[in-house]
Design a protein around this ligand. Structure first.
Ligand code: SF4
Length: 86
């Protein structure tokens, strides 16, 4: 069966705290940079939408929704394990 994906609404992107920072801030090259980006995300009004977008689109790079690449991989793995157990 084909995997049919419904496009997500992306209007939330215009409300993100990241609009006030250079894009490269969210694609850091080290752990210090990751923490800087996560701090900006911490009180972002669209944090949840951002994280779900990145998870749904399997975005590999950057900090999205306050989660690093590694954290998002862990979330996806945990969700797969939960789904498999049901
Ligand atoms: S959670 Fe972070 S990356 Fe996502 S929109 Fe907000 S500030 Fe930008």
């Amino acid at each position: 069966m084909a995997n049919v994906s419904v496009p997500m609404d992306t209007k939330w992107m215009a409300q993100g705290n990241c609009n006030n920072h250079p894009p490269e801030t969210f694609f850091p090259s080290d752990g210090v940079g990751v923490e800087v980006a996560k701090e900006i995300c911490a009180d972002c009004p669209v944090k949840e939408q951002c994280l779900e977008y990145a998870l749904d689109h399997r975005v590999d790079h950057g900090v999205w929704g306050g989660a690093s690449e590694r954290q998002r991989r862990r979330i996806l793995k945990a969700r797969r394990a939960t789904a498999a157990a049901m």
